[in-house]
Design a protein around this ligand. Sequence first.
Ligand SMILES: *[C@@H]1O[C@H](CO)[C@@H](O)[C@H](O)[C@H]1NC(C)=O
Ligand SMILES: *[C@@H]1O[C@H](CO)[C@@H](O)[C@H](O)[C@H]1NC(C)=O
Ligand SMILES: *[C@@H]1O[C@H](CO)[C@@H](O)[C@H](O)[C@H]1NC(C)=O
Length: 340
Amino acid sequence: MGNYLLISFLLLLCGITTAVTQLFNSYLTLPSSCPAPDPALNYRPIIGIVSHPGDGATGRLSNATNVSYIAASYVKFAEMAGARVIPLIYTEPPQVLNQKLNLVNGIIFTGGWAKDGLYFDVIKGFFQKILEKNNAGEHFPLLAICLGYELLTMIITNDNNILEEFSAASQASTVQFVENVNIEGTVFGRFPPVLLKKMSIDCLVMQNHHFGISPERFQANKDLSSFFRVLTTSTDENNKVYVSTIQAQRYPIAAFQWHPEKNGFEWGSSRIPHSEDAIQVTTHVANYFISEARKSSNKPVAREVLDSLIYNYNLTYGGKAGKGYDEVYLFIPHSSSSSL
Ligand SMILES: *[C@@H]1O[C@H](CO)[C@@H](O)[C@H](O)[C@H]1NC(C)=O
Ligand SMILES: *[C@@H]1O[C@H](CO)[C@@H](O)[C@H](O)[C@H]1NC(C)=O
Ligand SMILES: *[C@@H]1O[C@H](CO)[C@@H](O)[C@H](O)[C@H]1NC(C)=O
């Protein structure tokens, strides 16, 4: 009986060993057994993020002349979906910005407040280049957030007074889907239906703006209504309704009055939603955007990419003040190099 048990045990052990060996062998032979990646997709997408004037902390971090910043939340947002980031520092000379544009597979226009001067011109220039690239057959997506969304409406209508005032500073809100809207192929296309439902009931998106456009004004404007489809609206503190998510009809461009990146990565306001559902919203928007960037066929020289990546810059932690952005990248132009 004892022997029988021992033999059974040895056989069992042997079986396990064989299984482990088979598993190990399958690891060794894994490359040949994996299906080939889709040749139509670029699995190393790079995202350009345009820096915004100031230090992002009204002088707490830097008063340097021409300093600009990118909140790290936008960088992490791109990274969480499988991309790397190159900062497009708006104070850089146009030829440098054009070179960097050729290193990326999509662009983010961030939130902020600047609506004129060099910053506005740089955003407008990038927007025109994005349209040109797409018109020429290169799939090249844009995600425009808060200020980025507002600037798009100004640029497309050629009207710097198109925006109206709203009270939605530091406010979490719902989004209401436009009746009978077709979300297929839009940023919401791959959201689980249950999450879409929750977004219209729970306050899962973070608003932080003083301007916006009412649905009536948006639809009445031919430039806007022919370029974009309105997907959602939201309501401000005075129950005034504004357009909150739009998607270009013929371009891979999505724009948000709200902040998809904040839920996952910003802690400076107690109003920012951090529930599991809220994080899902951040994740799904990021996945949508980077999946669009993977369709870009632009494959830049690796060396130039490495030299330009955000990893070449240091993060500054400004969130200890208990307000504003938690981490920012600061870009201070070298004044000496311009006199060469
Ligand atoms: C920037 O200037 C303001 C106002 O003078 C000052 O309070 C602040 O400490 C300065 N910031 C830095 C980083 O020196
Ligand atoms: C930098 O700042 C100076 C002085 O404020 C200004 O004249 C110049 O136009 C700025 N340059 C850029 C690139 O913003
Ligand atoms: C970043 O910080 C490290 C360590 O303090 C320093 O050696 C490096 O020069 C900094 N890089 C930049 C671009 O400021």
